[in-house]
Design a protein around this ligand. Structure first.
Ligand SMILES: *[C@@H]1O[C@H](CO)[C@@H](O)[C@H](O)[C@H]1NC(C)=O
Ligand SMILES: *[C@@H]1O[C@H](CO)[C@@H](O)[C@H](O)[C@H]1NC(C)=O
Ligand SMILES: *[C@@H]1O[C@H](CO)[C@@H](O)[C@H](O)[C@H]1NC(C)=O
Ligand SMILES: *[C@@H]1O[C@H](CO)[C@@H](O)[C@H](O)[C@H]1NC(C)=O
Ligand SMILES: *[C@@H]1O[C@H](CO)[C@@H](O)[C@H](O)[C@H]1NC(C)=O
Length: 296
């Protein structure tokens, strides 16, 4: 293990003097849980592979040790040295030994994990002085589930609260809304929760907005994966509120209101009579009228 670290350090130092203009590095898109090919082909058929070494390495600015290269696979004098792999890539990388002699140094990573996101993979081959070959970025993604959409009821035209929930996506999804077939430009957002699954690292997102939609209109929540540029959507029809509780309320509310009004009128009349009587007698009776008022 020691010699490998020294080698990687030396290669790293030599690598510091990079030319100013570097050609664009290709990116492969990898779905979490599936396999991805990191393609690498050298233009000539390599000779003396049984006497050479090939290293597949990756660096990742998001890893815990961003300046340390990770070892994805080592081919050393005719065989794989699997135990040299970084723990993150243990049991997850393989190549195609039958194709090495054709100059096909492609590497297969399976299954892809969220930690692979933004890794830059390179291949170092002894016969080309370990200069980095085939630099490739990995962009990890995961599809969003078809959203679940619910709305509150509405009476006629007005604002309706609509909730849209989706799971399993990576990176964070973006939301958009449609009423009938018109895109809602700026929906009034009420709440937004975005949670990460501790195991897979994917997002569960839950968004509630207020939309100016009326009963019978079709409302659509669209969830887009920004890497795949893929959109999943669900449409619902805005429902009206059920009206039966209002009828029940009205049937007992009227007699109760009448009764309360009658009692009030009676008390006012009684108070006025007592006050008027007291005025003609002394101040103390006025006080007792006041007391009676308060007691009522
Ligand atoms: C390389 O090594 C493998 C096994 O170690 C052997 O089968 C093969 O014949 C060798 N090839 C050459 C060209 O020496
Ligand atoms: C790799 O696979 C071997 C055998 O299948 C297993 O014993 C080992 O625990 C695995 N290692 C990791 C890091 O998954
Ligand atoms: C390299 O080998 C893999 C696995 O067989 C294959 O899928 C890929 O197309 C090959 N690449 C080239 C350039 O031949
Ligand atoms: C909305 O969709 C309906 C049918 O789905 C279509 O007839 C109508 O022309 C569309 N309106 C707009 C503004 O796109
Ligand atoms: C909803 O839209 C209608 C016209 O489409 C408009 O008259 C009404 O004022 C809007 N309501 C709200 C609360 O924005």
């Amino acid at each position: 293990m020691g010699w490998l670290k020294v080698f990687l350090l030396l290669v790293g130092l030599a690598n510091c003097r990079r030319p100013r203009t570097t050609p664009a590095v290709p990116t492969v898109t990898a779905l979490i849980g599936q396999g991805v090919m990191i393609p690498c082909s050298i233009p000539h058929r390599p000779t003396g592979l049984n006497e050479s070494r090939i290293y597949w390495q990756a660096s990742n600015p998001r890893s815990k040790k961003p300046h340390e290269d990770m070892v994805l696979l080592v081919y050393n004098r005719g065989k794989m040295e699997n135990n040299l792999r970084t723990a993150l890539y243990m049991n997850r990388t393989r190549l195609f030994p039958g194709q090495l002699h054709d100059g096909n140094f492609s590497l297969y990573i399976d299954p892809v994990k969220i930690e692979d996101d933004r890794a830059k993979v390179i291949v170092r081959y002894e016969k080309n002085d370990f200069k980095p070959l085939c630099p490739t970025y990995i962009r990890v993604t995961a599809r969003n589930s078809k959203p679940a959409v619910h709305s509150s009821c509405t009476q006629g035209a007005g604002l309706v609260e609509v909730t849209c929930a989706t799971q399993g996506g990576f990176p964070e999804p973006t939301f958009s809304w449609r009423i009938q077939n018109h895109t809602v430009l700026r929906p009034q957002e009420m709440t937004r929760t975005m949670e990460r699954d501790p195991h897979s690292g994917t997002f569960s997102a839950d968004l509630t907005v207020q939309l100016n939609a009326s009963e019978g209109q079709t409302t659509t929540c669209l969830v887009t994966n920004p890497v795949l540029q893929e959109t999943v959507s669900t449409s619902i029809t805005i429902q009206s509120c059920k009206v039966d509780p209002q009828v029940n309320t009205a049937s007992w509310l009227v007699p109760v209101a009448l009764l309360v009004a009658l009692v009030f009128v009676f008390l006012v009349a009684l108070g006025a009579y007592r006050y008027g009587y007291g005025e003609r007698s002394d101040v103390r009776s006025a006080d007792s009228a006041q007391e009676l008022w308060q007691r009522d």
